[in-house]
Structure formats: C-alpha cells, structure tokens
Design a protein around this ligand. Structure first.
Ligand SMILES: Nc1ncnc2c1ncn2[C@@H]1O[C@H](COP(=O)(O)OP(=O)(O)OP(=O)(O)O)[C@@H](O)[C@H]1O
Length: 230
C-alpha cells in the first residue's frame, strides 16, 4: 500500500539529509524503521507525508488509502477539549454520528480517557496525549498507520494497550510503519525492518536478512549498532 523510493531529500536545496531510501509497507504488515539519533527517520517520515521542502524520488500511496499519522510529539488545538477534537475529526472525515459515537465511547473507556474527555489535551500527561492521538487516529479506520516513536513516555499498561491495538489493527488488515528505538519490542512485533544510518538505507528486510546485512551472525538488532558514539 506504500512504496517509497527516495533519491534525495532535505531541508535546504542541494543539502540532502536523506539519500537512496527504499521501503514498502504491505497490507497487514508492521514495518519498523530504526536507526541512531539524527539518522534521518523522522525526515523520511516527513518525506513520505509530503512535508519535506526538498525531495527527489517517488512516494506512492495506493489509491484510496486512508492513513493516520501519530507524530513523535502529540499536537493538539490549544482551545479544544478532547471531545471537540473528536467532533472535529468526525466532521473532516465526514463520519456518521451513529457509527463514530459508539466506537469512540468504547475506545475512550478502553484507553481510560472517559473522565477527561471534556478537558484540554494540552493539560494531559504524555501518555494520555499519546492515547488521545491514537483514538483520533483510530476514528478514520485507516488502512495505513505511520507512527513516530509510539512507546516514549508510556507506562507499562499503556504500552500493553498500544501493542494490543497495533495487533488488532494489523489483524484488521492495516499496514503499519513505525519508527522506534525500543529494539527488543520492534524485534518481537515487526514483520520487516528498515535500518537508516547517516541518512541512507543501511539494511532492510526480515530479521534474519537485516542481521546478515549487518554482519551479525548470532544476536539481536542491538548488535547492528556500535556502543556509544563510535
Ligand atoms: N526542520 C529541520 N531543519 C533542518 N534540519 C533538520 C530539521 N529536522 C531535522 N533536521 C536534521 O536532519 C537530520 C536527521 O534528523 P531526523 O530528525 O530525521 O533524525 P531521526 O533519525 O528521526 O533522529 P531521532 O532518533 O533522534 O529522532 C539531523 O541532522 C537533524 O539535525
């Protein structure tokens, strides 16, 4: 559902931040994008969402695909309560009230957000904000999720709930592209991996394929990276 072949992309002309990045996400598949700080993961996400000022290459989204994006730092409208955000999404997505309302109420309970639904999300904890973003993302029943660092700041229950939600979404047929530094979780849940280093594709494929491309005979994804600042 998503094919990306980026020749180069960046923030200033003739100063590419990312180069030669190819990746794809198929239906029901979870692809983990990993790499060191500053490697170019968020820049790649910006490129495939059409938000990068300079881009050469192709980003092909299958026709009719709806996607939901969860950024690394949740963003909300300052003056709108969570419920008003929900109503806003329902209106721009043209959702039918008799369909979205029961769906949202069930998810508000599952995410333990019912009691705060009339509060401003700006006052929420990081985990509550992340859960609110997930709820707003779920409303459009996306075929594709693009998620930047979803586990940062989540407590163990919220992490479990997020993992269960991603699994349910995958079973529903949604594809997921997820950036993360939590490599043991990525290794456990992802079907395929894309490793980006210094703005370029370092390895990609299944776990055994990327380990072999990183010359790791027996080990984990952590062994694809040097210790410290080498
Ligand atoms: N808005 C911007 N303008 C100019 N340069 C930027 C901008 N955002 C990021 N960069 C630069 O692009 C490079 C790649 O950053 P990016 O945020 O894509 O890395 P990342 O892999 O997502 O890192 P992290 O794991 O730390 O989130 C870095 O050198 C960064 O300084």
């Amino acid at each position: 559902m998503l094919h990306v072949a980026i020749q180069s992309g960046g923030y200033e002309p003739n100063e590419p931040t990312i180069k030669n990045i190819r990746l794809s996400v198929n239906q029901g598949e979870l692809v983990a994008m990993i790499g060191s700080n500053g490697a170019g993961k968020s820049t790649t996400i910006k490129a495939l969402m059409g938000q990068l000022p300079f881009l050469e290459g192709e980003v092909e989204l299958q026709k009719g695909i709806r996607y939901s994006f969860i950024p690394e730092r949740p963003t909300f409208y300052e003056d709108l309560t969570l419920w008003e955000h929900i109503q806003f999404v329902a209106s721009i997505e043209e959702l039918k009230q008799n369909e979205w309302e029961p769906f949202v109420k069930e998810w508000l309970q599952r995410l333990r957000l019912t009691d705060v639904v009339h509060h401003l999300p700006g006052s929420f904890s990081k985990g509550m904000q992340q859960k609110s973003m997930i709820l707003l993302g779920l409303m459009s029943r996306p075929s594709l999720w693009i998620i930047d660092e979803p586990f940062m700041g989540l407590d163990p229950s919220a992490t479990k709930l997020l993992l269960a939600t991603l699994e349910e979404e995958r079973e529903r047929g949604a594809g997921i592209l997820m950036c993360t530094h939590i490599l043991d979780t990525a290794q456990r849940i992802a079907d395929r991996f894309v490793i980006i280093e210094s703005g370029t594709l370092h390895a990609s494929g299944t776990l055994s394929e990327v380990l072999s491309q990183c010359n790791v005979e027996r080990g984990t994804l952590y062994d694809c990276f040097p210790e410290g600042d080498e």
